[in-house]
Design a protein around this ligand. Structure first.
Ligand code: NAP
Ligand code: GDD
Length: 341
């Protein structure tokens, strides 16, 4: 019998990569999707299976983290071995505009899931492993490098909601003996990254400028530093956390920080443009009321205990993303000039 996984947020960047990974490992993969007026499963098209297919092992179910009743019913129906909670209103800037909604999904949504799992375990005796998508944003203004012992100083509604969810996960582990682990992931990116996060906004913007569709990219704070890694490698770490003998919390990152400005310079450099400043305009609407200036991961624990370490570093990540966006704009020759290692 293959293992069964349930992924919330399966339509997102990480959810789609995790689905790829678990299908390759032979899991039956179940995902919760929200009803939308347009298709929201673009990132899953390559693995989509018609429900009429024989041995159908990739199953999508309608649900929402705001809806405890449906979550509970789905857990009983699917009977999963592992649950990965990746669903979130995940945009930090937007969380200042919609703080209550963000907290409802990110904080309360996690609590709803954990309560449902606790009940389910008590009723059925079936042990379910739980992964919580915690975030380096929780560190906020704490000095870098950050590790599992660094205190949280959240600087946004998104971040304080993630802190709540982190502590819920830890408390259900300690109070009810749930196998519940927090992955404290630093920023991770790639061609499937949402278009409004800064890395993708830049690589997409550069490609659109070259295609003659845009003249400028409008950005906010260029001085913030982030530890940017490659998303497909990070979902491997999520899976590893649930294969350990005991549930624990782990920091995942690259151990290198770069500024938004460095990302910009490099993205333009790979398409042969050195005067990148001519294509950038600062728009204060992209500033955050409170910013997180400097995040960089200390991944000693993950290296030792999980045997995990990043393979793709900053320069390669920028190349992968810019090459992909050039291809999307039909700029085949330009894309071919970028050689991946
Ligand atoms: P993402 O691309 O924004 O995906 C978020 C997912 O959550 C989407 O599938 C979205 O569905 C779903 N979702 C949003 N609201 C929901 C709701 N009310 N009920 C059910 N599903 C809902 O995010 P990501 O980059 O893949 O990140 C995955 C998780 O890791 C998130 O929890 C994020 O906060 C966390 N995280 C991300 C990073 C990073 O650098 N990427 C780092 C640390 C932690 P729709 O497609 O319908 O919108
Ligand atoms: N989005 C965005 N748009 N960010 C900008 C812009 C812009 O136009 N201009 C500058 N920035 C700066 C932000 O102020 C921030 O300091 C940095 O670029 C990164 O912003 P995002 O790409 O939006 O990511 P984030 O670090 O705020 O949050 C992401 O990483 C977290 C992990 O640390 C998200 O994926 C979160 O969900 C995740 O938890």
């Amino acid at each position: 019998m293959s293992k069964k996984a349930l992924i919330t947020g399966i339509t997102g960047q990480d959810g789609s990569h995790l689905a790829d990974l678990l299908l390759k490992k032979g899991y039956e993969v179940n995902g919760i999707i929200r009803r939308a007026s347009t298709f929201n499963t673009q990132r899953l098209e390559h693995i989509y299976q018609d429900p009429h297919t024989k041995n159908y092992i990739f199953r999508l179910h309608y649900g929402d983290l705001a809806d405890a009743n449906t979550i509970r019913k789905l857990i009983y129906k699917i009977d999963p071995d592992e649950i990965y909670n990746l669903a979130a209103q995940s945009h930090v800037r937007v969380s200042f505009d919609i703080p209550e909604y963000t907290a409802n999904i990110v904080a309360m949504g996690t609590l709803r899931l954990l309560e449902a799992i606790k009940d389910y375990e008590e009723q059925t005796g079936h042990r379910v492993k739980f992964y919580q998508a915690s975030s380096s944003e929780m560190y906020g203004s704490s000095p870098a490098p950050q590790n599992e012992n660094t205190s949280f100083n959240p600087r946004s509604p998104y971040a304080y909601s993630k802190v709540f969810a982190f502590h819920c996960t830890k408390n259900y582990r300690e109070a009810y003996n749930l196998f519940a682990a927090n992955g404290i992931l630093f920023n991770h990116e790639g061609p499937r990254r949402g278009e409004t996060f800064v890395t993708r906004k830049i690589t997409r913007g550069v490609a659109r400028i070259l295609a003659g569709l845009d003249k400028k990219i409008y950005l906010g704070n260029l001085d913030a530093k982030r530890d940017w890694g490659y998303a497909p490698e990070y979902v491997e770490a999520m899976w590893l956390m649930l294969q350990q003998p005991e549930p624990e919390d782990y920091v995942i990152g690259t151990g290198e920080a770069h500024s938004v400005k460095e990302f910009l310079e490099l993205a333009f450099h790979y398409v042969g443009i050195s005067n990148w400043q001519d294509y950038i305009e600062i728009d204060p609407r992209y500033y955050r009321p409170t910013e997180v200036d400097y995040l960089v991961a200390d991944i000693s624990k993950a290296k030792t205990k999980l045997g995990w370490q990043p393979k793709t570093k900053f320069e390669e990540l920028v190349k992968i993303m810019i090459k992909h966006d050039l291809e999307l704009q039909g700029l085949k020759e330009k894309a071919e000039q970028i050689k991946l290692s």
